[in-house]
Design a binder for this molecule. Structure first.
Ligand SMILES: [Zn+2]
Length: 376
């Protein structure tokens, strides 16, 4: 996530959480698997789908299942095959249970829905991609930050449309109505904010990197750049993977890491890929001061995605380590002056925060106002 977005997001989530009282999304249960089948509409930026959520009660006499609210319309809902009533609000989606669940009881919630997500879905005339706000386009509990679940997604798209989601594409099936279903499966459980997908007609480049024993595939995709531009813009990626794998003492946690290049200033990690805007990347790779987004989002594959702060209160752990590792890579790549320059940027941000009265503890549950932007 780009530094300027982080505190805006924390402010929103903490504020949302504080007004919910006892009914906080995700409380009282542990989601073990989200399985989705979605049909996205690129032109209208809408989607329809079916979702099966497998969860387990973590407290006794659980009377309701609360998920994050969204603008989606629920068409049907069943719990272990029995219809249930869903109450949808701006901040929560609630299901009252006829019979309370005992601790440890596992149930299967199945929902169908459609709509236009209010956030987290962007695109061009020929593509659609999600960014951060997963629970705006699927039913999930984003507030329980460290709760990780298995994830699988089947995307139904016109023939010729490429797809990207979490982990690996395990199947590609032609349907009787002349379309295709692309099935994706995550390699391990991830927090809900890391779920995502993209669909479109993408130029594609694949490279291989060998880092700490395990080789990985690096995939670059875009509908706004050709193969030559993708190779040039993402040329540093292999070196960054090797540096982080060496410092982490662990190989890149995914067999294939994709970077989707889009218009604008996007810089957002997902579970096994990142979305990067052309304005977030430098025009020249040898210009260190602007070259942070590829390294920052890639660092999240280890720090943030693999090792995740348990609660939003400690979100600085995700972003703090990542920010430091980006500075450390700059020192490795460009020399000590680049590291010092990165620290100067960080000190400048701190000074701006202090001047605006936002000098808060790193781990803090109160309301945070938005800081000023890195680039301003
Ligand atoms: Zn980040």
């Amino acid at each position: 996530m780009r530094p300027s977005s982080i505190l805006v997001l924390v402010a929103w989530l903490l504020q949302a959480g504080s007004t919910l009282g006892a009914e906080r999304p995700g409380e009282g249960f542990d989601v073990t698997h989200y399985a989705l089948a979605l049909t996205p509409d690129i032109q209208n930026r809408t989607l329809s789908g079916r979702e099966v959520i497998t969860l387990r009660a973590t407290k006794d006499r659980l009377r309701s299942l609360i998920f994050s609210g969204s603008a989606l319309s629920i068409d049907s809902a069943t719990l272990d095959g029995v219809p249930v009533v869903v109450e949808t609000g701006e901040e929560t989606l609630s299901i009252r249970l006829a019979e309370p669940l005992a601790r440890g009881r596992a149930v299967r919630l199945e929902l169908t829905y459609h709509g236009r997500p209010a956030r987290g879905l962007s695109g061009s005339a020929t593509s659609l991609y999600t960014s951060y706000f997963a629970c705006d386009w699927m039913i999930c509990a984003q507030e329980t930050f460290g709760d990780k679940a298995a994830f699988s997604l089947a995307l139904k798209v016109p023939v010729g449309i490429d797809t990207l989601s979490v982990g690996r594409r395990v199947a590609r099936i032609r349907t009787s109505d002349g379309r295709e279903i692309h099935r994706w499966t995550a390699p391990r459980p991830y927090s809900a904010y890391l779920f995502g997908f993209a669909v479109g007609r993408f130029a594609r480049v694949e490279e291989r990197v060998d880092a700490r024993v395990r080789a990985a595939r690096l995939v670059y995709l875009s509908d706004v750049a050709d193969e030559g531009e993708l190779r040039q813009r993402f040329a540093e990626t292999g070196g960054i993977v090797r540096f982080f794998a060496d410092k982490a003492g662990a190989p890149l946690p995914v067999a294939a890491y994709s970077q989707l290049l889009v218009e604008g200033r996007e810089a957002q990690e997902a579970a096994s890929y990142s979305v990067l805007g052309v304005e977030a990347l430098p025009t020249r790779a040898d210009e260190p001061s602007q070259n942070w987004a590829i390294a920052h989002e890639l660092a999240h594959q280890w720090w943030g995605n693999l090792v995740t702060s348990a609660t939003l209160k400690d979100f600085w752990l995700n972003e703090g380590v990542t920010t430091f590792m980006t500075a450390a890579w700059k020192e490795h790549r460009y020399g000590p002056a680049a590291y010092e320059a990165e620290l100067a940027v960080a000190r400048g941000r701190l000074e701006k925060a202090r001047a605006a009265g936002f000098d808060k503890p790193l781990a803090w549950e109160g309301h945070r106002a938005a800081p000023s932007d890195r680039s301003s």
